[in-house]
Design a protein. Structure first.
Length: 304
């Protein structure tokens, strides 16, 4: 099964996963840059003279609309989540257009989280968004999904969640599996593994600065028209680097990242149900490794 088919489902769950421990207004703004790197032709894995870069700005906000405590003092949260990503790409020396020059993903959703026992909680979400290459925006660019995760808290540092997700990604409503995993250590040296976001290992240098090594997974999606057929174009990237995180106040942080793009690729997926289990005849178009840089500002005004 192709990577994109799962990544969209996971993306919807990730939309609300960061809200689980948050009962106040939180958000993040992030700008990324990947300079020009060579296109690798999928048919024979040949590095060509064609090049593409990638520039993206992202913003995400969670706004609580109701926060109540249960009989054990744990929060029951209803929140609205708003998320948007805009990417700009320049493609040079291609014989024919292969990749978009712009992509826009924007969605809004409702998230609810609560504990149902001492060690179990649930997180439910429903969202609708626009996923487009900006060439033509129509109703086909609207993707909706909703789901429920049942999360087992083994201890304060380890949580695993699974549950069904309903999505119209493939034209007709389908139920797919959703997955959430979070594990972290405590102390001056901290390791955190979060699926589907990535891995962080950091050391606290002082009260205001923490230096981290990170590996992150991310992507974007756009509905495109190919030969009068609606299809999904997916962009995926895996990056690694060093990230100093600077604490400006109790609730405000700056994150700067410098490193490398370990993998960058595009995939084109049919939205027809009969093509769902078909294997691709060749690998996805990809790009060579190059520099990666980003700068972000995050905040969390939690009531807890």
């Amino acid at each position: 099964m192709q990577t994109l088919r799962y990544s969209l489902t996971i993306a919807g769950i990730a939309f609300g996963s960061s809200l689980f421990a948050q009962s106040g207004f939180s958000g993040k703004i992030k700008a990324e840059y990947v300079p020009f790197s060579n296109y690798v032709r999928p048919i024979d894995s040949l590095k060509t003279g064609s090049t593409s870069d990638f520039k993206r700005i992202q913003a995400a906000f969670s706004i609580p609309i109701s926060t109540r405590l249960d009989e054990l003092g744990r929060p029951k949260i209803w929140a609205v989540g708003v998320e948007g990503s805009y990417a700009k790409m320049t493609n040079r020396n291609y014989e024919e257009p292969l990749f978009p020059t712009e992509m826009l993903n924007a969605q809004i959703g409702l998230i609810h989280s609560r504990h149902i026992s001492k060690t179990w909680s649930i997180m439910a979400m429903a969202s609708v968004g626009v996923y487009t290459d900006m060439e033509e925006i129509s109703s086909k660019d609207l993707l909706a999904q909703g789901g429920v995760l049942f999360i087992k808290h083994f201890n304060p540092r380890l949580a695993l969640g699974v549950g069904p997700v309903l999505t119209n990604t493939f034209g007709v409503p389908m139920v797919m599996p959703g997955l959430y995993f979070n594990w972290s250590t405590q102390g001056r040296y901290k390791l955190q593994i979060n699926f589907p976001n990535g891995i962080e290992f950091g050391a606290k240098l002082n009260d205001a600065v923490e230096l981290k090594t990170v590996v992150e997974l991310s992507g974007m999606t756009a509905e495109v028209n190919r030969n009068n057929t609606s299809m999904l174009l997916g962009y995926q990237q895996v990056v690694a680097g060093l990230r100093p995180e600077i604490k400006l106040s109790k609730s405000l942080f700056i994150q700067l990242t410098a490193g490398t793009s370990l993998a960058r690729s595009f995939s084109l997926t049919s939205r027809r149900l009969k093509d769902f289990f078909k294997m691709k005849d060749e690998a996805d178009p990809r790009f060579t490794t190059t520099f990666y840089g980003s700068a972000g500002l995050s905040w969390s005004f939690s009531k807890r």
